[in-house]
Design a protein around this ligand. Structure first.
Ligand code: HEC
Length: 166
C-alpha cells in the first residue's frame, strides 16, 4: 500500500495529463469498436433475417396477390382443387424464377402440377409491372410455408424481353 502511494505521488503534472488522456482515448475507442454502433443494426441476432427493404417488398407483393391471384389460388395459397392448383411448395413455386415469371406473363393451361391436373385456365397477367410481378413472386415464394429466393424486377424485364422475342 505504501509503495503504491509513493509511485502515485511521484507522477509529474505532465505524466498525469498523459495518463488521463490515454484513459479517455481507450474509452472512446472501445466504445467505437464495440458498444456505440449496436443500436444501428436491427434484426441482428433475431430469427428473421428479413431486412426492412425486403419487408416492404413482401407487403407490396401481398397487395398484388390479394388483388390478382387470391380469387383462384385463395388468400392462404391452398388453391381450389380440382379447378386451381395450390401455391404451397409446388415444384413451380420453389423452382426457377424465370419459369415462374413466364407463367405470370403468359398464363398456363393443361399443364400437370406435381402429378395433378387442374381444370381451370390461368390467364396471363402481362399488364402487371416488372416490380409488381417481382414482388408478388417474392411474396408467394416466402409465404404459405414456402421458402425460396427473392425475385428482382430486372429478372422480370429480362424474361419479358425473351418472351416478346419468341
Ligand atoms: C383465373 C384463375 C387464376 C388467377 C387469377 C391466377 N391463377 Fe395461377 N393458376 C391458375 C390455374 C388454373 C393454374 C394451373 C394451370 C394448369 O394446370 O395448366 C395456375 C398455375 C399457377 C402456377 C403454377 C402451378 C403451381 O400451382 O405452382 C403458379 C405459380 C401460379 N399459378 C401463380 C399465380 C399468381 C402469382 C397469380 C397472380 C399474379 C395467379 N397465379 C393468378 C389459375 C389462376
Amino acid at each position: 500500500m505504501d509503495g503504491l502511494h509513493l509511485t502515485m505521488v511521484k507522477f509529474s503534472k505532465d505524466q498525469q495529463r498523459i495518463l488521463i488522456f490515454s484513459g479517455w482515448l481507450t474509452l472512446i475507442l472501445s466504445c467505437m469498436v464495440a458498444g456505440c454502433s449496436k443500436d444501428n443494426k436491427p434484426g441482428e441476432g433475431s430469427n428473421t433475417p428479413v431486412t426492412q427493404m425486403e419487408e416492404a417488398r413482401l407487403l407490396e407483393g401481398k397487395a398484388v396477390y390479394d388483388a390478382h391471384c387470391a380469387t383462384c389460388h385463395m388468400a392462404d395459397g391452398s388453391g381450389a382443387p380440382p379447378m386451381n392448383p395450390p401455391l404451397i411448395k409446388t415444384s413451380f413455386v420453389l423452382g426457377e424464377p424465370d419459369q415462374l415469371i413466364v407463367i405470370i406473363l403468359n398464363g398456363m393451361k393443361g399443364v400437370e402440377v406435381d402429378g395433378e391436373r387442374y381444370r381451370n385456365v390461368m390467364p396471363g397477367l402481362p399488364y402487371l409491372t416488372d416490380q409488381e410481378i417481382a414482388d408478388v413472386l417474392t411474396y408467394v415464394r416466402n409465404s404459405f410455408g414456402n421458402q425460396a429466393g427473392q425475385v428482382l424486377p430486372s429478372r422480370v424485364s429480362d424474361a419479358r424481353m425473351s418472351v416478346d422475342d419468341r
